[in-house]
Design a protein around this ligand. Structure first.
Ligand code: BLA
Length: 747
């Protein structure tokens, strides 16, 4: 009983064609002999039942031998040297029983697989070489894919003598079309015929990426079993996907019989790593090409692939160059009008010029802008909300919209095809293509690709390959990758434009704010100056009053006079601070230098003469505070304000303590000034840094502007200041400076 994996045909149906394990088929074609060795010592472990044909002894005998026994010492050394890399097949010419034999050796899992086949005696060994050089010249002169394909088929036919040679091209769904053909006159033409994807299922397509060329030398062959069936080395069926001798899927053999094909050759056309198509050859009777001929064919297919890649690339390049120019113009228009819709729809170049289409639409925040032939606004509205928005991804590219969204059938004249792109929330672009009724000619009815064969108890391919015409309605010209890329590139431009617009708006707002702020600061600057004069006057009059009329005043009068003096003093302090604050706002050029923090703090403490003014207060100051970069004068004021506050607001505590140092907060080294004074109520924590906010009422002297100055200075140094505090427990002010964060013009 064959193992599960080999009893495959029963389980295959149209939905799982691709699961047929053709790599474990366990049989070979007859034209050569497969020999499987243990790669360590060349002991034969499996062999094709037809071994005698080349090796001269029956397979049972071969299984008892070491493969070296079939070669002379020199050839055996050559073989040993050629087997070094996994999965790489190398060809080797050796003599076995006086005949020239080609050995292709490759490793598959733990086995060494040798494909043995006779080599034809060639009369003119350089003929192929000359022909290939000739075809290269012709390829290079071809100016289109069609022309290139025609040259390829006629040359292949001439070189290898098959009855029919075709270029078979895959589409996006892996259906295929015969796009070029050279055939014997009496054969009917298959040019232009389409074939469904299931005719060449995925596993077969994938194998083409590996072996590139596949011959079926005789459709009417007797499959040759590999003995034993299961590899003694692995205990598994042998993977012979790379062996050229691999037997053919019975379904495909029947397919070829139904097509009245006696032998085939298929060579992979690979463009940018993907199977683009095949050079597909048929012969009505058996036909074998030896290893060297197959190599020539592989080389030819490769030349064709290269030429094709070049053509496709240069075509794509010139199309994208054209679209780049249009796109650049659209960007210019948008910038000129400062508006997407104006720029894309109402100037010389329209967004619909970018991608070939019948019309297009922009949907921007509920507004529809239509251009060219399009469905109505209502239809588009429902298309967007009931279909487009439900789809995953931001780009939808459909050539048969009504297939997915039946409502679209009513406007197939304008939008059988749609390419839609989401630019941002509530911004969508659309391009539409009208219906192009298409007649697709299939090789056999694609609805009846295969049927269940009761007799064989397995799937059989269709019997008839008669031309079968299908009219496609509701379908537009297909979109391609370039269309998609162009749409995406436009989206990028529009997003940039939108961002730039937003930035401009924010900058304009910022400019207005700064202007308002500056006006306010200038105003307070002017105001403070204007206030100075009357205060000086008041002070003068108060002095005269005291000196000239002091004696006439009673105790109450003297007290009031002193109060008036106190108030003018306070007024002066206030004006000083306002002036300082305004000055700070106007200074741009800061004088950045290295500042020794400990020294600066010492100066501050000396200035306030804290030892005499606050004898009760204990001062804890950390040693070796780090140097900083900054404007010395400003930093002096910063420390002065914080330290004087700390002394002032802790003075009434039982044992006042002021601490100054550096610690870590928010992942940064931050300076702190700490006291155990009256603290700050939570609701004031932010506000105390605003101008004229006083959290302490009239108990303490002050203008209410000191912390606003602190904040301004810290900000001018690219830093941040904040407070942590609990009422009656004290306050901790933290700040850090980050001069790297300061704009250069400010330094
Ligand atoms: C393989 N089918 C193939 C191959 C071709 C085609 C070219 C590659 C093998 C070869 O070189 O012959 C199909 N040949 C075509 C087509 C044309 C042509 C379309 O000449 C048109 C001109 N096939 C079926 C169904 C199944 C199937 C229904 O029709 C499966 C359910 C399978 N086809 C199938 C398998 C192979 C195959 C399994 C791989 C054969 C092998 O390598 O063993």
């Amino acid at each position: 009983m064959a193992p599960e994996s080999l009893r495959y045909p029963n389980r295959i149906n149209l939905d799982n064609c691709a699961t047929e394990p053709i790599h474990h088929i366990g049989r070979t074609q007859e034209y050569g002999v497969i020999v499987v060795c243990d790669p360590k010592d060349f002991r034969v472990v499996q062999v094709g039942k037809n071994a005698e044909k080349i090796l001269g002894v029956k397979y049972e005998e071969v299984l008892k031998k070491n493969f070296s026994e079939f070669l002379n010492a020199k050839d055996f050394e050559k073989l040993k040297a050629s087997v070094h890399s996994e999965e790489i097949s190398e060809a080797l010419e050796v003599g076995i029983r006086e005949k020239r034999i080609n050995i292709s050796a490759h490793l598959s899992e733990d086995s060494l697989i040798l494909d043995l086949e006779p080599i034809n005696v060639v009369e003119d060994p350089f003929a192929f070489q000359r022909q290939l050089a000739n075809i290269l010249n012709k390829f290079q002169a071809a100016d289109s894919v069609e022309k290139l394909s025609e040259i390829a088929v006629s040359f292949t036919k001439e070189m290898f003598g098959y009855d029919r040679v075709m270029i078979y091209r895959f589409d996006e769904q892996w259906n295929g079309e015969v796009i070029a053909e050279a055939r014997e006159e009496e054969l009917e033409s298959w040019l232009g015929l389409h074939y469904p994807a299931t005719d060449i299922p995925e596993q077969s397509r994938n194998l083409f990426l590996k072996h590139r060329v596949r011959i079926i030398a005789n459709v009417a062959y007797q499959p040759v079993p590999i003995i034993p069936e299961i590899s003694p080395l692995t205990g598994e069926p042998l993977d012979i996907s790379r062996s050229a001798l691999r037997a053919v899927s019975p379904i495909h053999i029947e397919y070829l019989e139904n097509m009245e094909v006696g032998a085939s050759l298929s060579a992979a056309i690979i463009v940018k790593g993907k199977l683009w198509g095949l050079i597909a050859c048929h012969h009505r009777t058996a036909k074998y090409l030896d290893f060297y001929q197959r190599e020539s064919c592989r080389f030819l297919a490769q030349m064709f692939s290269t030429e094709l890649t070049l053509r496709e690339t240069s075509e794509t390049l010139s199309r994208s160059e054209l679209s780049d120019n249009i796109r650049r113009q659209l960007v210019k228009q948008m910038s000129y009008h400062k508006d997407i819709v104006e720029g894309l729809c109402h100037d010389t170049v329209k967004f619909t010029d970018l991608i070939s289409c019948g019309g297009g639409a922009l949907y921007i925040k509920g507004h529809w802008e239509l251009h060219g032939n399009t469905p109505s606004r209502e239809q588009l509205q429902s298309l967007l909300f009931n279909f487009i928005k439900q789809q995953p991804g931001s780009l939808i590219m459909e050539r048969h919209l009504s297939n997915l969204y039946p409502e679209a059938a009513s406007y197939k004249d304008t939008a059988s095809g749609v390419l839609s792109l989401k630019i941002a929330e509530n911004k969508y672009f659309f391009w539409f293509r009208p219906e192009e009724v298409q007649v697709v000619n299939w090789g056999g009815n694609p609805e009846e690709k295969a049927f269940y064969n009761e007799k064989e108890q397995r799937l059989s391919p269709r019997k008839s390959f008669e031309k079968w015409s299908q009219e496609l309605t509701g379908v537009s010209e297909p979109w391609n990758i370039l269309d998609r890329n162009i749409a995406r590139a436009l989206r990028e431009n529009v997003s940039h434009f939108l961002l730039a617009r937003q930035r401009e708006e924010i900058e304009a707002l910022n400019a207005k704010l700064t202007e308002a702020n500056q006006e306010l600061e200038l105003f307070s600057y002017g105001l403070s100056h204007d206030l100075r004069a009357p205060i000086r006057g008041m002070e003068g009059f108060l002095t005269i009053l005291e000196e000239d009329h002091g004696e006439n005043l009673d105790a109450e009068g003297k007290k009031l006079l002193n109060m008036a003096r106190g108030l003018t003093e306070k007024m002066n302090l206030l004006i000083d601070n306002i002036l300082e604050y305004s000055r700070l706002s106007h200074i741009h050029g800061l004088d950045f230098q290295k500042v020794n923090t400990s020294e600066l703090i010492r100066e501050v403490l000396e200035l306030f003469n804290v030892k005499t003014s606050y004898p009760k207060t204990t001062l804890n100051i950390q040693n070796d505070l780090p140097e900083v970069r900054g404007d010395r004068r400003m930093l002096f004021q910063l420390w002065a304000n914080l330290i004087s506050n700390a002394y002032k607001y802790s003075a009434e505590s039982d044992a006042p303590v002021v601490e100054v140092g550096i610690t870590e907060r928010k992942g940064k080294n931050v300076f702190f000034v700490k006291d155990n004074g009256i603290g700050i109520k939570p609701e004031y924590k932010e506000k105390i840094f605003d101008t004229f906010t006083r959290a302490v009422g009239s108990r303490f002297k002050g203008s209410g502007i000191g912390l606003a100055i602190v904040k301004k200075i810290v900000e001018k140094h690219g830093g941040e200041v904040w407070v942590e505090s609990e009422p009656e427990m004290g306050s901790e002010f933290y700040f850090y400076l980050d001069p790297l964060n300061v704009k250069e013009r400010d330094q």
